[in-house]
Design a protein around this ligand. Structure first.
Ligand code: GLN
Length: 438
């Protein structure tokens, strides 16, 4: 079997189909390989242990190609938040490649590797994959072990993949996802994909939900028409397209930016220079020294997180956010009684110019609007390139647009099947603008 159907197996560099090189986001610990989470704090950290995901990947015969740039500790919207300089979009290097697993998306889109590992806490696989014109796949929360993955927000962090085809994403998923007793949130259900899904060419009997809350004002008109086109294609393939509602979507951003900082404040407290992290020693005290090692977004979240957890504010903020999170989760549970999968735009815009939104954190926070609800609910998500759109700031370029496909918990097979069929249907138009990388 040709494990990666996009890779020419006759290429002599790859002696055996399974020794394919996989790029690894710099947040997965690998024994003896410097792993920094793109933070000055961990500039010289060499892990003494291996993450389960990379361990499983290597057991399956794949090899680690090297570490990829990312937003510091996976917090960011653009790949600009790395202590080691921004990642750049291969479609136009003056533009951002998308948020935190940015280097992994770039490595696949630029043809350096056939696949890469990333993590998705609030969209960091789906959004950069969409902006770089490749496939991004975040399985159900708990399918991939978090053991050995530097923690950002533990109730949301989900390892996953960047690939050039949906089928490749499915293959890597089968290689790495498994129960792991070292992660208390690891799921025990068996991971398997019915091979017959790769033979599907239509969507007969598949009910596809289109939530009205994801087609809002503020979405780029080019993105909107790309997604409308893809929905029309889905109809042509005999799916039943049903209008649905996910009524609590609008609260996704505020819930996420309460829960996530709370978990960040707890998780990042360990970087105190005693056991983990290096402090510069240039400041007057431990607080100043710590601030030198951590970027401003990390400091902002740690402050917000400590605030929402502090006594007196806990009930008003953190507790309320967890209650509303439940409502968002229920939205999905209810919707999946009516439909098999849900389709939405992955991001409201195409890739923007490096630096153009950096000074406006609020504008950046809103970029997450379409990916956060699925993260809060823990449901699996996939993004597939479907078309191109012209950015507002330059009419001479076309940039990729991805469609997000969300499924019920543990139903990765459904979204992979729909994604695969859609990918085949869109292949001609998507490939027409794709640079040939191999
Ligand atoms: N933009 C979001 C954040 O900064 C998502 C990041 C992620 O998924 N790692 O939290």
């Amino acid at each position: 079997m040709n494990a990666f159907n996009t890779l020419p197996i006759e290429n002599p560099t790859f002696a055996n189909e399974n020794s394919l090189p996989i790029a690894v986001k710099d947040i997965f610990c690998e024994v003896g390989i410097r792993t920094t989470a793109s933070s000055k704090m961990l500039e010289n950290f060499v892990p003494p242990y291996e993450s389960t995901v990379t361990e499983n990947m290597k057991k399956a015969g794949f090899v680690s190609f090297g570490k990829t740039n990312m937003d510091e500790f996976a917090m960011g919207w653009s790949g600009e938040n790395s202590a080691f300089g921004p990642a750049k979009n291969p479609w136009d290097p003056t533009r951002i490649p998308g948020w935190s697993s940015s280097g992994s998306a770039v490595a696949v889109a630029a043809g350096l590797v056939p696949a890469a590992l990333g993590t998705d806490t609030g969209g960091s696989i789906r959004q950069p994959a969409s902006m770089c014109g490749i496939v991004g796949f975040k399985p159900t929360y708990g399918r991939n072990s978090r053991y050995g993955v530097m923690a950002m927000a533990s109730s949301l962090d989900t390892p996953g993949y960047f690939t050039r085809t949906v089928r490749d994403a499915g293959l890597l998923y089968e290689a790495t996802a498994a129960h792991d007793s070292r992660d208390s949130t690891s799921l025990t259900e068996k991971v398997s994909i019915d091979e017959s899904i790769w033979n599907r060419t239509d969507l007969k009997w598949v009910r596809i939900g289109v939530p009205k809350e994801y087609f809002i004002e503020g979405i780029d008109s080019g993105v909107r028409s790309a997604i409308d086109n893809a929905i029309a294609k889905i109809r042509e393939m005999w799916a039943e397209v049903i209008d649905i509602s996910l009524p609590h979507t609008e609260h996704g951003v505020s819930v996420y930016y309460t829960v996530c900082p709370a978990e960040v404040a707890s998780n990042l407290a360990r970087y105190d220079g005693i056991r983990f992290g290096t402090l510069s020693g240039n400041g007057n005290n431990i607080v100043e020294n710590r601030s030198e090692g951590l970027g401003s977004e990390i400091q902002r979240r740690s402050l917000v997180g400590s605030y929402v957890l502090s006594s007196g504010f806990y009930d008003a903020y953190y507790k309320k956010a967890t209650a509303v999170r439940e409502l968002i989760r229920n939205d999905f549970t209810n919707a999946f009684t009516q439909v098999d999968v849900i389709v939405t735009p992955t991001a409201p815009t195409v890739a923007w110019k490096i630096g153009s939104k950096w000074a406006d954190p609020l504008a950046l926070y809103l970029e997450d609007i379409f990916t956060l609800p699925a993260s809060l609910a823990g449901v699996p998500g996939l993004t597939v390139p479907v078309w191109y759109a012209t950015p507002k700031d330059d009419s001479s370029v076309d940039l990729p647009v991805g469609m997000q496909i969300l499924g019920p918990i543990l139903w990765e097979e459904k979204i992979l099947m729909v994604g695969h069929v859609l990918e085949q249907a869109m292949k001609e138009v998507v490939d027409s603008k794709k640079p040939k990388v191999f």
